[in-house]
Design a binder for this molecule. Structure first.
Ligand SMILES: NC(=O)c1ccc[n+]([C@@H]2O[C@H](COP(=O)([O-])OP(=O)(O)OC[C@H]3O[C@@H](n4cnc5c(N)ncnc54)[C@H](OP(=O)(O)O)[C@@H]3O)[C@@H](O)[C@H]2O)c1
Length: 333
C-alpha cells in the first residue's frame, strides 16, 4: 500500500504533539514541513524525519510530494491557509476551530465541496475511542432519554505571551480555543439546541476569556457548559438520562475511561488510546482518503458549521467580535 504523504503547516505546540503520533501510523509518511522561517522548518523536519523543509506556507502547499496538509496555525489564519492548500489541490486536516465564524466556515466548506477536496476539522475528541463508545452506548437506549449534559474546560493561559491566546487578529477566544470541546460534547448527545444563553468575561482587548452557557432543547433537555482561560476547573463531563448516567473524569475531552452508573451498578469502561490521542483522527483521515471520501462521517463538515454558528451566538452574547465578524446574520433563529 502506498503511504499517504503528509505536510505539516506551522511548527508550534500542537504541531510538535501531532508529529510523533503521525509517526505511529504505519501508512503515514511525513514528507514536508512549512514554517515562516526556513531555519525552524529545517529543525522540525530533522526532528521528525521529513525530507522537505519549506520557509513559507505557500511552498509547503505547493510541494508536489504532499497529499494532505495538516494546518496547525492559529485559528485566525485557518481560512486563508485552507484556501491556500485548496488552490494547490491539497486535501486538508485543519486544527480547530475551523475558522473564526460561521460565514468563513461556510465558505471554506463550500470551496472543499466545489473542488472535490477533502476537508476535516481536527476535533480529535470525536475520534477518541472512549467518546465513540459513549455515543454507541447512548444510542442503545440503555441510559433512557438523555435529559442533561454538563462539561467544563478551564486552564490558566499560563503563557500570556502566546499571541494566539490574546491577539484578536489571530483569533484569540476562549470559546473558539477550548469552549469548542464542551459544546461539541453536548452536541454529540443532544444535537441542535433550541436556545443558548451565555455570560462571561472579556479582556481589555475585547477577547472572551471565560464563558458559561445554558443550552435548552425541544424535548426539555438542557446542557450546562463552561470554559475559562482564568482558572483551572475540574474538566469533568456527564451525560444523564432517565435510566442512568455516564461520568467522564478529567480530562473529559481526551478520556482514557468513563463510568456508567445505572440501577444495575457502576461499570468502568476503558478503551485504549494510542499515542497522545491524535492517532485516531489521523486514521480517520486515512480511512476517508483511501475510500475516496471528501468528508468524514465522524467529524462531519455540517457539524463544524452548526457548532460555529453556536459559537458565533455565544461570542455575540458576550459582545466579542473578531476580524471578519461584521456579518452576524449567521446567528441562530
Ligand atoms: N487539538 C489539540 O489538542 C490542540 C491543542 C492546542 C492547540 N490546538 C489548535 O492548534 C492551533 C495552533 O495552536 P498552538 O497551540 O500550536 O499555537 P502556537 O504554539 O502559538 O503555534 C502556532 C504556530 O503558527 C505559526 N504562526 C503563523 N503565523 C503566526 C503568527 N502571526 N503568530 C504566531 N504564530 C504564527 C507559527 O509557526 P511557524 O513559526 O512555524 O510559522 C506558530 O508556531 C490553534 O488553532 C489551536 O486551537 C489544538
Amino acid at each position: 500500500m502506498q503511504p499517504i504523504r503528509w505536510g505539516i503547516m506551522a511548527t508550534g505546540e500542537i504541531a510538535h504533539s501531532f508529529a510523533p503520533d503521525l509517526a505511529l501510523i504505519p501508512d503515514a509518511q511525513l514528507v514536508a514541513v512549512g514554517s515562516r522561517s526556513m531555519q525552524t522548518a529545517r529543525a522540525f523536519a530533522d526532528q521528525y524525519g521529513a525530507r522537505n523543509a519549506h520557509g513559507s506556507y505557500t511552498e509547503l502547499a505547493n510541494d508536489p510530494d504532499v497529499d494532505v496538509v495538516y494546518i496547525a496555525t492559529p485559528h485566525g489564519l485557518h481560512h486563508d491557509h485552507i484556501l491556500m492548500c485548496f488552490d494547490a489541490g491539497k486535501h486538508v486536516l485543519c486544527e480547530k476551530a475551523l475558522t473564526l465564524n460561521a460565514r468563513t466556515t461556510a465558505h471554506a466548506i463550500g470551496e472543499a465541496r466545489r473542488r472535490g477536496l477533502f476537508l476535516m476539522e481536527a476535533m480529535w475528541m470525536r475520534c477518541n475511542p472512549n467518546i465513540r463508545a459513549m455515543q454507541e452506548l447512548v444510542a442503545t437506549g440503555e441510559l433512557g432519554d438523555i435529559q442533561a449534559v454538563g462539561a467544563d474546560f478551564g486552564f490558566l493561559a499560563a503563557n500570556a505571551d502566546k499571541a494566539r491566546l490574546v491577539d484578536p487578529a489571530l483569533g484569540a477566544s476562549a470559546i473558539l480555543d477550548i469552549g469548542i470541546y464542551p459544546l461539541t460534547f453536548a452536541w454529540l448527545f443532544l444535537g441542535q439546541p433550541e436556545r443558548i444563553i451565555s455570560v462571561g468575561a472579556v479582556s481589555e482587548r475585547g477577547v472572551d476569556l471565560a464563558c458559561a452557557s445554558v443550552l435548552s432543547y425541544d424535548d426539555g433537555a438542557h446542557a450546562t457548559l463552561s470554559c475559562t482561560n482564568t482558572a483551572v476547573t475540574p474538566g469533568h463531563a456527564f451525560v444523564a438520562g432517565s435510566l442512568g448516567r455516564i461520568e467522564v473524569p478529567r480530562p473529559f475531552h481526551r478520556p482514557d475511561e468513563f463510568v456508567v452508573r445505572t440501577s444495575d451498578g457502576d461499570t468502568v469502561h476503558r478503551h485504549p488510546v494510542t499515542g497522545r490521542g491524535y492517532t485516531h483522527e489521523i486514521e480517520e483521515v486515512h480511512r476517508c482518503l483511501r475510500a475516496g471520501l471528501t468528508e468524514s462521517a465522524v467529524i462531519p463538515l455540517d457539524d463544524s458549521l452548526a457548532l460555529m454558528r453556536l459559537m458565533d451566538w455565544m461570542r455575540s452574547d458576550l459582545g466579542c467580535t473578531l476580524p471578519g465578524d461584521e456579518d452576524w446574520s449567521a446567528r441562530l433563529g
